[in-house]
Design a binder for this molecule. Structure first.
Ligand code: ADP
Ligand code: ZN
Ligand code: ZN
Length: 724
């Protein structure tokens, strides 16, 4: 050990360099100059690293190093703002839990790149002229008068709590003074109190749920503060979140609200903004670089104390979090599909524990994992007192038309009544696949072992995995036959079907990844459907997300059991959720509604129980099944995929990993071939285990052991703990 000769204060920073290579593992020691004394945990530095320079994050300060102090390099520059220390710790946890590297995990929590330093937070004070304007009959809008009155009664208030833009206009007229807010000054009182009057009175069920949550918002044993708000669609879950956030703000703490996808949940986001104003920061992928940076800083400086956003919002840089809400907690988008393959729901639990915050997950179709891990609060009734719509399951066996005769009749009624319907088919495109009637050949993707999907309007074939496109064939390249058969239907052909059958009086609004290329289009289609007097919203599972449309009289699920045909232990859960969530969009407001579910396996448990709206029975049976099979929550799964242009190499690597991993206990299934994807053959292992973290570590060690060999054979290995 070499102590720092000149100082007794810690002048050595342990820094994790932000490189993508797995082989490099920090931290490495750097020597700080006296003028770099404000470096702390989370400071972002530009550091010399080997012959290059790179970014690094300080993990720790120290006063001695394994290396001689003089031999340590100095950082080149400090790059503010840094990462809050609690997020540095969280990144360490993620790296370990998801078999990733500290550098990759840290990249999740870095401040978004922005335009350097910014203006400090402001506070607003009423000037003499402002007071005079308030007394006299100055030209003021109602809102301006209200702002001045507030400053008159409360004294100086943080500008963000009242709306900086409005205050600036008053400042220009000399009625208000804006000055920098003292850092660490008095806690910001958000614009909460003045909006209390308009709040809906909670129902008895909502009140009971809220009281349980409020009871845990104070100092409480952590396990008491994790809730699952299990409420049927339209039972007022969002109102409970809103009032829980309000209580959190009133207690001087911040809140994080996770939603599945901003573009599909504009209503939910809008409700938070309407209720809390500028105190809300919204993070989403549509933000420009600068806006994202600004929102991040508003959170970091405490100007915004509620962060609403998709899974990455779980990393919101709030100093003191009292509540984390996970809306629609069953939604698969909470799982991140790149390295680190984190699950925002698990990260939310961890972060809640770090901050002593309450975790509040909510859904009409919660995951079995959450039912076991969280305290359930029930909202069994819809707010408007309406029953959930009756669901009829239609047997499609032996029918060759995509619409059952009863579905056609029901849609004809919707047209006759000038009403609205939602039709869900979880498959985009025109036809599922094309085959040659001459030789039976199916048009496949050249890069992936999957059939190409026909997209009708444009007449092209497309691979839904790699994006490969080609013109639709009119003759077989193999045998020359011109008899090309189209199989199955997708949202595009059903759109055509509906237009032909029902004409102009029943306009069709299509919502899928093709129709909504460009995220603005999604919200636009949703709002056009909402404001149209009549019509059909047709689309993939997007149409079943939490939309709150009044007056949808009919819901239809086409090919409801297609999700069941996937070899996935979550298939039942997905199918149940899809049917239940669609039913939840129907019969709100004035229209009574009904739901039709077309299926080839109409007696499947997930479909019959969804038709009876019996989530509790479904969960009970699902938990029993999972217990027998050792699936989550009764065991953990880890998926390992080896991929290579050469199938034999991928297989060999998977077999070798199997051998290494099996030694550390757990059940290793595979190697099993997966379909070729993007020109790479894939071989998969699935590990079932009880001790998740120990197994993640063992897998990490095994993968590391093979790393050099894998690189030489151009095999890449990905590890996915808790796969979806
Ligand atoms: P969920 O999130 O469970 O689907 P919402 O919170 O969206 O349900 O509530 C459904 C509708 O009922 C919304 O329009 C909401 O504004 C309204 N609502 C919620 N709680 C109340 C209440 N206590 N009184 C009156 N209306 C309410
Ligand atoms: Zn052919
Ligand atoms: Zn492909």
């Amino acid at each position: 050990m070499h102590a720092n000769p000149a100082h007794s204060a810690p002048m050595i920073a342990r820094v994790e360099p932000l490189t993508r290579t797995r082989a490099v593992r920090g931290p490495f020691d750097y020597r700080l100059r006296p003028d770099q004394a404000d470096v702390g945990v989370g400071t972002v530095l530009r550091i010399p690293f080997g012959r290059q320079t790179t970014l690094g994050v300080v993990l720790e300060l120290a006063s001695d190093s394994e290396l001689a102090f003089e031999r340590l390099a100095e950082p080149n520059a400090i790059l503010p703002p840094g990462v809050p220390p609690d997020l540095v710790a969280l990144a360490g946890w993620i790296a370990e839990q998801y078999c990733s590297t500290p550098a990759r995990a840290l990249s999740l929590v870095l401040p978004p790149p922005g335009a350097g330093r910014r203006r400090p937070a402001l506070q607003a004070t009423l000037t003499e002229a402002g007071a005079a304007a308030l007394l006299g009959a100055g030209r003021l809008t109602d809102r301006q008068r209200e702002l001045l009155r507030r400053l008159h009664s409360d004294g100086p208030v943080p500008a963000a709590a009242l709306g900086t833009a409005a205050l600036r206009r008053l400042q220009e007229r000399g009625l208000v003074e804006l000055s920098p807010l003292a850092p660490g000054g008095r806690p910001i009182t958000p614009a909460v109190g003045r909006r209390l009057e308009g709040l809906p009175a909670l129902t008895a069920e909502q009140r009971r749920a809220l009281e349980a949550i409020l009871g845990a918002l104070g100092p409480a044993p952590p396990a008491a503060g994790r809730f699952l708000l299990h409420g049927v669609t339209g039972s007022g879950k969002t109102e409970v979140y809103l009032q829980a956030v309000q209580a959190t703000l009133a207690a001087g703490r911040g809140a994080v609200v996770l939603v599945p996808e901003i573009a599909l949940t504009p209503q939910t986001v809008g409700r938070f903004q309407a209720r809390f104003g500028d105190v809300v920061a919204v993070l989403h992928s549509g933000l420009g670089r600068h806006e994202r940076h600004e929102e991040w800083l508003r959170l970091r400086h405490g100007e915004a104390r509620v962060c609403v956003g998709p899974r990455s919002a779980v990393f919101a840089p709030l100093a003191d979090i009292g509540l984390i809400v996970v809306d629609e907690e069953h939604d698969p988008s909470y799982k991140h599909e790149g390295d680190p393959r984190y699950d925002a729901r698990s990260v939310a639990l961890r972060r809640a524990r770090q901050h002593g915050a309450v975790l509040l997950a909510g859904s009409a179709t919660p995951r079995p994992e959450s039912v076991v891990a969280l305290t359930q609060l029930h909202l069994p009734h819809r707010i408007d007192g309406r029953p959930l719509p009756p669901v009829e399951v239609l047997d499609m066996r032996g029918l060759h038309h995509p619409l059952h005769p009863r579905t056609r009749m029901a849609l004809a009624d919707v047209r006759a009544d000038g009403a609205k319907a939602i039709v869900l088919l979880n498959r985009r495109g025109w036809s599922n696949f094309l085959s040659c009637r001459g030789c039976g050949r199916v048009w496949m993707c050249p890069n992936c072992e999957v059939a190409l999907v026909l997209h009708g309007a444009q007449g092209f074939l497309s691979c839904h995995h790699c994006g490969h496109r080609r013109r639709a064939a009119t003759r077989c390249e193999h045998c020359g036959s011109v008899a090309v058969a189209r199989h199955g239907s997708g949202t595009e052909s059903v759109e055509q079907e509906l237009r032909e059958a029902f004409g102009r009086e029943l306009p069709v609004f299509r919502l899928d990844a093709d129709a909504a290329a460009g995220r603005g289009r999604l919200a636009e289609t949703l709002s056009r459907f909402e404001s149209a007097p009549a019509g059909v919203l047709l689309g993939t599972q997007m149409v079943a997300k939490g939309h709150d449309f009044a007056d949808v009289a009919l819901g239809v699920v086409l090919d409801a059991d297609q999700t069941l045909r996937f070899p996935d232990f979550r298939a039942e859960e997905r199918t149940f959720a899809l049917v239940t969530q669609l039913a939840g969009r129907v019969g709100r407001g004035q229209a009574a509604g009904k739901v039709l579910v077309q299926a080839l396996a109409p007696e499947a448990r997930s479909i019959t129980l969804a038709a009876r709206h019996d989530a509790d029975a479904f969960l009970a049976q699902e938990l029993k099944r999972r217990q027998v099979l050792g699936y989550p929550p009764y065991g953990s799964l880890i998926r390992v995929v080896c991929s290579s242009p050469d199938a034999a190499e991928a297989d060999a690597m998977a077999a070798r990993l199997h051998g290494l991993i099996a030694r550390s206990g757990g059940i290793v299934l595979g190697p099993a071939p997966l379909f070729r994807l993007r020109g790479r053959s894939r071989s998969q292992l699935v590990i079932k285990c009880r001790d998740r973290l120990a197994m993640v570590r063992a897998v990490g060690v095994a993968v590391e052991q093979c790393a050099t060999d894998a690189a030489r054979r151009s095999v890449s290995v990905s590890v996915d703990p808790d796969p979806q």
